[in-house]
Design a binder for this molecule. Structure first.
Ligand SMILES: [Mg+2]
Ligand SMILES: [Zn+2]
Length: 184
């Protein structure tokens, strides 16, 4: 009996999915056209995001942001300041994010982490032992979707345009939850 109760408890603690990967700019906060989020006052949380995260939080073991921030490589922002911005963004969206993984490099740095390369996803996989085939990415750019698809992650694309890399597409962050409801 005790054994059965223990099994039932483990079962009820199992999550539906493994990891939710999120791009940052254009997914959590408004993308700054021809510029960067360089200060906390530049953060504008997109509509529906707080509600979306609160509703899906318990479906996942972890929520991880994977973001290219070449403003760091360009010397416009220090890593410390970027981390402060990310912490603030996490607070503003309900503190559901477990980890921010950042590529600070420039295009010509030839790093392995700048999306569409998959280095940030692999790094997350090393830290959390992730089951990619049971994970989901939300991105607003094909460079988010490409590395995810290569690793077998399901993709939700926030865009006005179709993409062959998108499993689901929504026109705005307001519709994220509905895209999610029938993903599998
Ligand atoms: Mg983006
Ligand atoms: Zn990089």
């Amino acid at each position: 009996m005790r054994q059965l109760r223990r099994s039932l408890r483990i079962l009820s603690e199992m999550k539906k999915y493994d990891t939710l990967f999120l791009d940052r700019d254009g997914v959590l906060n408004k993308k700054i056209e021809a510029g960067y989020v360089l200060d906390i006052c530049d953060i504008e949380v997109l509509p529906g995001v707080v509600y979306f995260l609160s509703r899906v939080r318990n479906l996942f073991n972890q929520i991880i942001v994977v973001t290219n921030q070449r403003c760091v490589g360009r010397g416009m922002l220090t890593m410390d300041r970027l981390e402060m911005i990310n912490r603030t963004l996490n607070q503003l969206t309900g503190s559901h994010i477990d980890h921010f993984l950042v590529c600070p490099h420039l295009n010509n740095d030839m790093c392995e982490c700048r999306k569409p390369k998959d280095g940030l996803f692999r790094k997350a996989g090393d830290i959390y032992n992730i089951d990619f085939s049971n994970s989901v990415l939300v991105g607003d750019s094909e460079s988010d979707l490409i590395p995810a698809k290569e690793l077998g992650i399901k993709t939700i694309y926030i865009s006005g345009y179709e993409s062959k890399y998108a499993d689901k597409r929504v026109s705005s962050t307001l519709h994220l939850l509905s895209a999610f409801n029938n993903l599998y």
